[in-house]
Design a protein around this ligand. Structure first.
Ligand code: TXA
Ligand code: MG
Length: 325
């Protein structure tokens, strides 16, 4: 495996690392790629043999469909059929952390969608991922680049340390700006449904659509075919418990505690997701802090975020991390 690091700014002349990565993709290879949400494990979405490698490297069941990433609307329309509502959301939020479930075209093989007639589509805003899709000329299938069931990677190092020996390359695009996976909206149901809360809050989506969407799909029921919706996804190995106020933490607790913002007199076992309680910053730091504390192998208590904006997505991931298989 080569660890191909890339410059974020200089894409007028595509960097040689990007060209090498694009070459791997075109030839059916797989690799770790940065996006604004989390790192993905990329393959040519139109190549069934390449996408099989993603499932194998992750240990992901074949019933769990992949997200297809595109770089422009021309490519988007090659992979999915867009309704007027879908075009409106694309216009408002792409490129960016929104994934839409839409009817698929024949270009996308069944293995990518786990046999479903719909495909998950997203146009990422990270410049390296954008250029990779653009240069390879292929829509790119990419789930989060973690072994199935573990927390998603937000740095290139997370990807190399977990999957390095199973993949062809890692493109280093720095720490992911959002830190939690994209918001997923099912566009083919009536009403439309939020399948996964993410960086774009549901009320912003409703504003653009001019209609309400179903915001409470029941875990496991909304999409039995989609284990990403399973309660125990995103699990660290250490037991994680959520609290609202510090009084809920037992007096004899000897593990680590995660606060949303820096506590007044932090002890050695106190950690925080943001200096001053900024929830965007908290989301950005969430998975890397959980990963770091998980290595210590001690129990974790974590403060619940407010249930609004990106706090909805943080809370969703923490609740899944709290449940053990
Ligand atoms: O931010 C993200 O979305 C990241 C980056 C890499 O783009 N990707 C990501 O992929 O989180 P993944 O595979 O970890 O999560 C995709 C979720 C899964 O839960 C999958 O079941 C669901 O999307 N999904 C994919 N296609 C679907 C479909 N046709 N219908 C319903 N759910 C679908
Ligand atoms: Mg995932």
């Amino acid at each position: 495996m080569g660890n191909l690091s890339s410059q974020r700014e200089t894409f007028k002349q595509p960097s040689s690392d990007l060209l090498k990565a694009a070459d791997f993709i075109v030839r059916g290879g797989i690799g770790g790629v940065p996006t604004e949400t989390v790192y993905g494990l990329a393959a040519d979405a139109t190549n069934p043999d390449a996408t099989v490698k993603i499932f194998k490297a992750k240990g992901r069941p074949f019933i769990d469909p992949l997200i297809v990433h595109v770089c422009d609307m021309r490519m988007a329309k090659e992979v999915a059929h867009f309704s007027d509502a879908a075009l409106k959301l694309a216009d408002a939020f792409w490129p960016g952390p929104l994934t839409m479930i839409l009817p698929k075209t024949d270009l996308i093989p069944d293995i990518v969608t786990a046999g479903l007639k719909t495909v998950a589509v997203r146009m990422p805003s990270h410049p390296i991922m954008h250029e990779l899709i653009n240069i390879s000329g292929k829509p790119i299938a990419a789930p989060s680049a973690n072994p199935f069931g573990y927390v998603s990677p937000t740095t290139a190092e997370h990807v190399s340390s977990m999957l390095g020996d199973k993949i062809d390359f890692v493109l280093d695009g720095g720490k992911c700006a959002c830190g939690v996976e994209s918001t997923i909206v099912l566009m083919t149901s009536s009403p439309k449904k939020l399948l996964r809360p993410g960086p774009i809050p549901p009320n912003e989506i409703e504003k653009v659509l001019g209609e309400e969407i179903d915001k409470l799909p029941k875990t496991n029921e909304a999409h039995p075919q989609a284990p990403g919706m399973l309660k125990s996804h995103y699990s660290p190995k250490s037991k994680l418990t959520l609290f609202n106020t510090p009084e809920e933490i037992p007096a004899d607790f000897d593990g680590n505690t995660i606060y949303l913002q820096r506590p007044q007199n932090p002890t050695q076992s106190d950690y925080w997701l943001s200096e001053n309680g900024d929830m965007r910053e908290a989301a950005k730091n969430l998975f890397s802090l959980i990963r770091k504390l998980d290595k210590m192998g001690k129990r974790i208590y974590c403060q619940r975020p407010p249930l609004e904006g990106i706090g909805l997505a943080i809370n969703d991931r923490l609740k899944r991390a709290e449940t053990k298989l």
